[in-house]
Design a protein around this ligand. Structure first.
Ligand SMILES: [Zn+2]
Length: 279
């Protein structure tokens, strides 16, 4: 699933290509991917609108348009949004084609069909389900060590589950939660409130570093993810635990283990990420 670094990479790859262009039309092949408004209104309101800028919030890509409208895109598991020359034949998984004024078009495709589109008035962003309760952006100035320390203190949830909670921190999914906890040498099962000040400091640094490095590597591609130009990322080559069950830990050589935690696969090093008693 695309997480913050992947959506940020898509944002960066698209912004220089589509900012200032106008949507000249929309071919909607799978109406159910549009969550709001009704498909006819969706197409009607988009057509003729100029792209002012491309943004991101959590795992949402936000295309800001003239007329105070925002096209919100959530790629969920296997969604893609790729800029292609106009006239490119849609694949059998293409659900919408957004035609642009410069001879290119954006193809929204999704094998699993969980991805969703919505066209919202800018003022509605704060009340839109999924967006309204999003937590802090981990690469913003609002995410400080003090904030993390204070928030962890009052949460009994296991730290891995808390990192995945979008209402706590926006944009972290399974890959980067596992990578951050390994880098910080913290057991995924440790209750958030029991982290020592040193562990909090390590986790704070680790969260920012794994996300920044993944953006620098233009995202992690296992199967589906590509950026807005159809290019794969390279961060999968830098992962230390995620998807590496049985392979040696880069820190200690012990085999990486996989476990189920809260219904999700969790990769960790049982040696580097031991739950140590609090002294
Ligand atoms: Zn290790």
């Amino acid at each position: 699933m695309p997480e913050l670094p992947e959506v940020e990479t898509i944002k960066r790859s698209l912004e220089s290509r589509i900012t200032g262009l106008t949507f000249s039309g929309v071919d909607l092949f799978t109406p159910k991917v549009v969550r709001f408004p009704e498909p006819r209104d969706f197409i009607g309101s988009l057509t003729g609108k100029k792209v002012k800028r491309v943004g991101r919030r959590g795992k949402y890509l936000l295309i800001h348009l003239a007329g105070n409208l925002i096209l919100a895109v959530h790629l969920r598991m296997t969604g893609k949004l790729v800029c292609l020359p106009s006239g490119t034949p849609p694949s059998k998984h293409t659900h919408a084609v957004f035609k642009l004024s410069n001879g290119f078009e954006l193809h929204f495709s999704d094998v699993r069909r969980f991805g969703r589109l919505a066209l919202l008035e800018a003022g509605r962003l704060e009340t839109w389900p999924g967006l309204k309760n999003l937590g802090v952006e981990p690469l913003s100035e609002d995410f400080t060590r003090g904030f993390l320390k204070k928030e962890l203190k009052r949460r009994r949830t296991k730290i891995k589950a808390l990192l995945l909670d979008q209402t706590f921190i926006a944009g972290i999914g399974n890959i980067y939660a596992d990578e951050a906890l390994h880098r910080a040498r913290i057991s995924p099962e440790k209750p958030a409130a029991s982290l020592t000040p040193r562990e909090v400091a390590r986790l704070y640094r680790a969260v920012r570093e794994v996300l920044e490095e993944a953006i620098a590597n233009r995202g992690t591609t296992f199967r589906d993810y590509v950026d807005g130009m159809g290019e794969s990322g390279t961060n999968q080559e830098s992962l230390k635990v995620y998807g590496r069950e049985g392979k040696p830990c880069s820190g200690c050589g012990y085999p990486i283990r996989r476990a189920r935690l809260g219904g999700r696969s969790t990769y960790f090093c049982p040696e580097c990420q031991k739950s140590r008693p609090i002294l």
